[in-house]
Design a protein around this ligand. Sequence first.
Ligand code: NAP
Ligand code: GDD
Length: 320
Amino acid sequence: MPTALITGITGQDGSYLTELLLGKGYQVVGMVRRSSTVTLERLEHIQDDIIITQGDLHDQSSMVALIEEFKPDEVYNLAAQSFVPTSWSQPLLTAEATGLGVTRILEAIRLVNPKIKFYQASSSEMFGKVMEVPQRESTPFYPRSPYGVAKVYGHWITVNYRESFDMFAASGILFNHESPRRGLEFVTRKITNTVAKIKLGQAKELRLGNLEAQRDWGFAGDYVEAMWMMLQHPHADSFVIGTGETHAVREFCELAFGYVGLNYQDYVIQDPRFYRPAEVDLLISDPTKATNELGWTTKTSFRTLVEMMVESDLKRLSKK
Ligand code: NAP
Ligand code: GDD
């Protein structure tokens, strides 16, 4: 039975990746940082099937100890300070966790067993002010937030360990992916949660920032498969993962409100509080390499994704 160590197991992607790996017969070990409250909400249904252990991206010795104890065959580094606006208010913490954290875990692997396969959760935020449309593996990076800058560091240190030490270090450049388990502060979930509240009479309006930003949104459940596929590939490499389609925040609103029979224009208020110091205006992927070399393609349409998220929030909120 292969063993996988997942950092960031309590997050959106961590929960879907855990389900996938359990289904493939892996023993799954999840690294969780110490908290005074329980953070295992997304894993409740599979908690008995996995091993949860403490560790933190800020603390290298905790990661060395985990790798020594559990001897994983694969390590998926999903942990990060992942919310872009927070990266302006906490730039150093973001650099430490999202950037340097990657070197800490790579070093832990190199020191304990450099044969372990490593996956780094890189991001389309690295493309930022895009230098090419659509964006592919060779598109130059131009990050627009401290988060994006930290991810560029994480990506290049992964490539560097691959080239310097011949380690199997893969970097997945994933475009935005969402689900009913998405954190409530990200725009898609903020929209679907508030749409459900408005429909149920629990809220009256939805305050948003830039409605014109365009994103290539896919379903997280499809994207974790690409992570696993990258580690089964004959050699470590970097891959862009996305749908190849882009939609504006405004379109997301239109579909989400429309699904419950409402017009978004009656409820959405643009609020300067949610504008960013520097915006990423347009993201759209070219996932051809992943399709040709990994056999990966997205399975869930934009409409299905929006409807799945609204439906799930409606169900959850009507139970309360
Ligand atoms: P998420 O829901 O925000 O989860 C982040 C995870 O990181 C949580 O489990 C969090 O733990 C953990 N974490 C944060 N700081 C940590 C630290 N110092 N030590 C240990 N764990 C720490 O993010 P996600 O959407 O699942 O994304 C997974 C990864 O993919 C992230 O690296 C993100 O930057 C990257 N990514 C995401 C997308 C996307 O669209 N979702 C696209 C490209 C790349 P707590 O539960 O304790 O907070
Ligand atoms: N969060 C948020 N809240 N975003 C808003 C709002 C709002 O009220 N109003 C408009 N937006 C716009 C943002 O300005 C941005 O252009 C877009 O909606 C998407 O914002 P987020 O959902 O916060 O995601 P993100 O694109 O900044 O970052 C996500 O995707 C990256 C991959 O490209 C995160 O998951 C990152 O961790 C990930 O790397």
